[in-house]
Design a protein. Sequence first.
Length: 336
Amino acid sequence: KLSLYSLNALSLQSAYLMYSSSVAAGAQSGIDECKYQFAWDRWNCPERALQLSTHSGLRSANRETAFVHAISSAGVMYTLTRNCSLGDFENCGCDDTRNGQLGGQGWLWGGCSDNVGFGEAISKQFVDALETGQDARAAMNLHNNEAGRKAVKGTMKRTCKCHGVSGSCTTQTCWLQLPEFREVGNYLKEKYHKALKVDLLRGAGNSAANRGAVAETFSAISKKELVHLEDSPNYCLENKTLGLQGTEGRECIKKGKNLSKWEKRSCKRLCGECGLAVDEQKAEMVSSCNCKFHWCCAVKCEQCRKTVTKYFCVKRERRVKNESTSRKNIRLKKKH
Ligand SMILES: *[C@@H]1O[C@H](CO)[C@@H](O)[C@H](O)[C@H]1NC(C)=O
Ligand SMILES: *[C@@H]1O[C@H](CO)[C@@H](O)[C@H](O)[C@H]1NC(C)=O
Ligand SMILES: *[C@@H]1O[C@H](CO)[C@@H](O)[C@H](O)[C@H]1NC(C)=O
């Protein structure tokens, strides 16, 4: 089985021994970002979903599959590019091909631009190589791998330095820099929400004519957009066949500093809209606090206790039963 986790092993067999640690680190950062971006979604980037090859048992082709492919190839390209700029590879360094040329009004290319061309080429060889089929699903995966690489390119930032008498900034030199990887993740999450569905699975033979139709369909879609072939299953429900756990038992968040709208609605999305109730659980946390430094040389701390409230999705029956019995109790109390 080929998966993100075995990219490292795969690369050992290839001629790109040199890049394998970077590719593995990039694939891992893709996984981490996927888990971050979907932490409060019904689908939360479970390990099962991270099988990249179309030959793994799970051949889903939905919106989530599209995201996994895009963020993985983006992660690999990103890390390779960063490694290159840091001088981790002998055969690669800054992209200075445009240095000295006019870039725009009042600025010239200069300095050390991150070498995305290098990252793009190598990641393409590693990640796209996992796609050996020639059907619509393989075409979809390759399209989304490309969308991930486009996302890295598209979120790069121009950084400039002023020149001229005492920093008067009469001319500037500028270079292109990778953003934080989080920004690539945010960008791809937006693309995920707007992913396009193409209807290619009906009559999904592998004839030459069909392959032509598949190629034609994909070439008409912008390489920046994520594409999927199937609708997503109901992620509220457990489905062992599909390897889905459902949202029962999931934690959600209600209170906290600086929560986004998306986070604030997590209990509704994970529990309420899935027919589950929200269960409040209090837990006591003990931690070191009020630490003082004593001369010399010891640090003494107190043990502080803090009650934290957590929320979980639970089956409704239990809650309803409890409520009805408590209502009965109240009535009984009133009578007496
Ligand atoms: C590339 O960077 C990653 C983390 O940023 C690191 O784990 C890896 O070892 C680096 N690769 C090389 C070849 O230096
Ligand atoms: C699991 O998902 C498949 C495919 O969507 C569906 O046919 C099946 O009925 C589902 N099973 C359960 C138990 O929901
Ligand atoms: C969230 O916190 C950060 C700093 O931690 C701040 O810059 C940002 O404006 C805050 N956002 C909201 C919505 O309060």
